[in-house]
Design a protein. Structure first.
Length: 138
């Protein structure tokens, strides 16, 4: 489990964001769920499916493990990040992005579907990363 005060010390949340979004960052510091559905787990990886319908969002979640995602279809999304950034992205089938975190590094963000099609991704987390694996609370 991560020390909430240590994580919060790295927050640079935008004061213009809604209160409920700000609260999600505070409440999800130890959120190990990074997708809509965990479809496979071994001693080496966790494989997640992400599915977000238009107008819906995947809540703020915490990445501490090395991982990659691949878009399964086209779509548009907005994300808010723990460092105060807000970004909008367009995705095409096959788009893939890899992330690597050194000890103590992390990323927290949400994923809001601002397009007209359901967003679908596969995300693979590597359990042998530098940081401790976050528990998946059921």
């Amino acid at each position: 489990m991560l020390d909430p005060d240590a994580v919060k010390s790295k927050f640079e949340l935008d004061p213009e964001w809604p209160d409920d979004l700000m609260a999600e960052f505070e409440n999800n510091i130890n959120a190990g769920v990074v997708g809509s559905k965990l479809v496979s787990e071994s001693d080496r990886v966790r494989v997640w499916h992400i599915s977000v319908k238009p107008g819906e969002r995947l809540p703020v979640h915490h990445h501490v493990l090395d991982y990659f995602w691949t878009a399964l279809n086209s779509g548009r999304a907005r994300s808010h990040f723990h460092d105060g950034r807000t970004s909008e992205s367009e995705y095409r089938p096959g788009d893939t992005k890899h992330f690597k975190f050194a000890r103590g590094e992390f990323m927290m963000h949400d994923l809001e579907n601002i397009g007209e099609t359901e967003l679908k991704f596969t995300t693979v987390e590597f359990l042998d990363s530098e940081n401790e694996v976050l528990e998946i609370k059921k």
